[in-house]
Ligand binder design. Structure first.
Ligand code: HEM
Ligand code: HEM
Length: 137
């Protein structure tokens, strides 16, 4: 069972990776792709992928949360309560609330919430790296 719990841990990481692609995909668009000829099929395809990732950003985050709940229950049952895991989970849940606030209340308008949302995203990554290199301690 412990092995499945670890596998689910990697599924949280994968969902979060898709969630976070939001940022680099836009950065690459602004810097390079937006300067390309509008008619190139590369630019059209790139925009389709970008739209897909932005539209589904919150669903990738929700799927990370679902895997997180499963991982947490299994690890506590078959392994131990992890402090670095709890830190990563706390930050992730905080960012869900921040994202939901920006999306539904602020209607996606850029303001302080987005800067906070980005900072917490970086902290989530750092906490997960710590969690994995410490072997889940
Ligand atoms: C964002 C949140 C989290 C992510 C992305 C995550 C990810 C992972 C991954 C990928 C592993 C496997 C590492 C490997 O294959 O060596 C792992 C192990 C582990 N996680 Fe998490 N985890 C998170 C939260 C938590 C929480 C909240 C707990 C608390 C119960 C927890 C408890 C553990 C434990 C005890 C292990 C080690 C199990 C073992 O090696 O037998 N994790 N985690
Ligand atoms: C663990 C969860 C999450 C992480 C790590 C995360 C991460 C990020 C990052 C790094 C950005 C910056 C992209 C940019 O600069 O344009 C962003 C933007 C944004 N996020 Fe999240 N996010 C999470 C959850 C959510 C949720 C649950 C929602 C909505 C319900 C949400 C809504 C938004 C919105 C509206 C933006 C503004 C730009 C856009 O529309 O794409 N986020 N997020």
């Amino acid at each position: 069972m412990g092995r499945y719990a670890n596998l689910i841990g990697w599924l949280i990481t994968l969902s979060l990776f898709l969630t976070l692609l939001n940022y680099p995909i836009k950065a690459v668009y602004r810097k390079w792709v937006s300067k390309m000829d509008k008619e190139t099929s590369f630019r059209k395809g790139y925009l389709k992928v970008q739209q897909f990732l932005i539209k589904n950003h919150r669903w990738f985050a929700i799927s990370a949360t679902v895997f997180l709940i499963a991982h947490l229950i299994l690890q506590i049952q078959y392994r131990w309560f992890s402090r670095t895991g709890a830190l990563a989970a706390g930050l992730l849940i905080l960012n869900i609330f921040l994202g939901a606030y920006g999306h539904y209340i602020r209607k996606k308008k850029k303001s302080a919430w987005l800067y906070l949302h980005r900072i917490v995203a970086v902290l989530v990554i750092a906490a997960i790296v710590l969690h994995i290199v410490s072997g889940g301690r």
